[in-house]
Design a protein around this ligand. Structure first.
Ligand code: SF4
Length: 176
C-alpha cells in the first residue's frame, strides 16, 4: 500500500508547534510506516512537491514570502491543517499589529539595537501591514488550536485523516 504524503511547514511561528509534533515520541515510528514526509523543517526538501495529502501549517501569515508560500502549498495540498493558535487565530504573530510596520522595525532594529542600529533593506521579505491567520488567505480544512497543541491532539488528527475521516475535535478543543 502506498504511503500518504505528509508535509509540515512553518510560517510566522516560534517552532513550538513543530516541537509538539516531535513530542509524539514513539508514535512517530508508527506514523513513519503510514506516511512519507515529503517537505518539512525536519527533512531537506527545497521545493514543496505536488499532490501532498496532508500539510500541517504552523504560524500566521506575516510577510510576502509567507503569502507566496501558503498559496503554493494550498494549491498543492489536498488537506490543509492550521496547526496551533498562530495559524488558527494569529495569536502571537499578530501582537505587532496595533503598532504598525514602521514602529516595529524601529523598535527591533534601532531602539533595541546595541550594535550597528539601522533598518535592514535587502534580502528581507516585506512585512504585510498586519500578520493574520492562515484561513484569511486560503481555505483551511482542519483547525487544531492550542499554543502549542498537544502531541495527543496532533496524533489524533493525523490518525483520523489517515483513515479517511475528518477529525471531530469538539470534545478536545483548547485555546492558549
Ligand atoms: Fe509557537 Fe504557540 Fe504560535 Fe505554536 S501557537 S507557533 S507554540 S506561539
Amino acid at each position: 500500500m502506498s504511503k500518504a504524503k505528509l508535509a509540515t511547514v512553518w510560517l510566522d511561528g516560534c517552532s513550538g508547534c513543530h516541537m509538539s509534533i516531535l513530542d509524539m515520541d514513539e508514535r512517530l515510528i508508527e506514523l513513519a510506516q503510514q506516511v512519507d514526509v515529503v517537505c518539512s523543517p525536519y527533512v531537506d526538501t527545497k521545493v514543496f512537491p505536488d499532490e501532498v495529502d496532508v500539510t500541517l501549517v504552523e504560524g500566521g501569515v506575516a510577510n510576502e514570502e509567507d503569502l507566496k508560500k501558503i498559496r503554493k502549498i494550498r494549491a498543492r495540498t489536498k488537506c490543509l491543517v492550521a496547526l496551533g493558535d498562530c495559524a488558527v487565530t494569529g495569536n502571537i504573530s499578530t501582537m505587532r499589529n496595533p503598532f504598525g510596520v514602521e514602529a516595529v522595525f524601529r523598535r527591533a532594529y534601532i531602539e533595541n539595537a546595541s550594535l550597528q542600529p539601522g533598518e535592514p533593506h535587502e534580502d528581507l521579505p516585506a512585512l504585510l501591514p498586519q500578520a493574520r491567520p492562515v484561513h484569511e488567505f486560503v481555505p483551511v480544512d482542519v483547525f487544531i488550536p492550542g499554543c502549542p497543541p498537544s502531541a495527543e491532539i496532533i496524533h489524533f488528527v493525523l490518525s483520523e485523516l489517515l483513515q479517511g475521516r475528518k477529525p471531530d475535535l469538539s470534545a478536545r478543543l483548547k485555546f492558549g
